[in-house]
Design a protein around this ligand. Structure first.
Ligand code: 4NP
Length: 157
């Protein structure tokens, strides 16, 4: 079977959690030599066309990654054919994706932290309305989740 080759990360606004997941996954995929297309999107449309939240840009920069050029977009029905994996950052967005998924679409849906042994079912909490420190927690969560996901997609050595 051909290996999956495209992964989409989805949160609510596509300006905090999913851009950080995209950035962390891109770096991990490059590190382990995994060839994969990566994108992120939101289930909501409030921030379409906008750059990530300044606090998300800052935490990515503090970890050596520039995400200032990322732009928000909303999930579309075509995404369910384009992507092999659509990975939700929390349960509410996973439920929304299940409702949006066209019958028979190819994308497999999952929750990011379901890929981390011992953290199944946990959300990556929304840091938008909280203090700046919340973005450090988000970064730690998306780093753990995307490492495990990249390893799973790469498969056995
Ligand atoms: P995100 O955070 O889903 O991690 O991008 C949010 C960003 C914006 C809003 C909610 C969550 N909002 O309601 O505008």
């Amino acid at each position: 079977m051909a290996k999956p080759s495209a992964v989409l990360f989805v949160c609510l606004g596509n300006i905090c959690r999913s851009p950080l997941a995209e950035a962390a996954f891109r770096r991990e995929a490059a590190r382990i030599g995994l060839e994969v297309a990566v994108d992120s999107a939101g289930t909501g449309d409030w921030h379409v066309g906008e750059p990530p939240d300044s606090r998300a840009i800052a935490v990515a920069r503090a970890n050596g990654i520039d995400i200032a050029d990322y732009r928000g977009r909303q999930v579309t029905p075509a995404d369910f054919e384009r992507f092999d994996h659509i990975v939700a950052l929390d349960g509410a967005n996973l439920a929304r994706l299940r409702a949006l998924r066209p019958a028979g679409a190819r994308a497999a849906l999952s929750l990011l932290l379901d890929h981390v042994p011992g953290r199944e079912g946990e959300p990556v909490a929304d840091p938008y309305y909280g203090a700046d420190e919340g973005f450090d927690t988000t970064w730690a969560d998306v780093t753990a989740g995307t490492r495990a996901l990249a390893r799973r997609i790469a498969g056995p050595e």
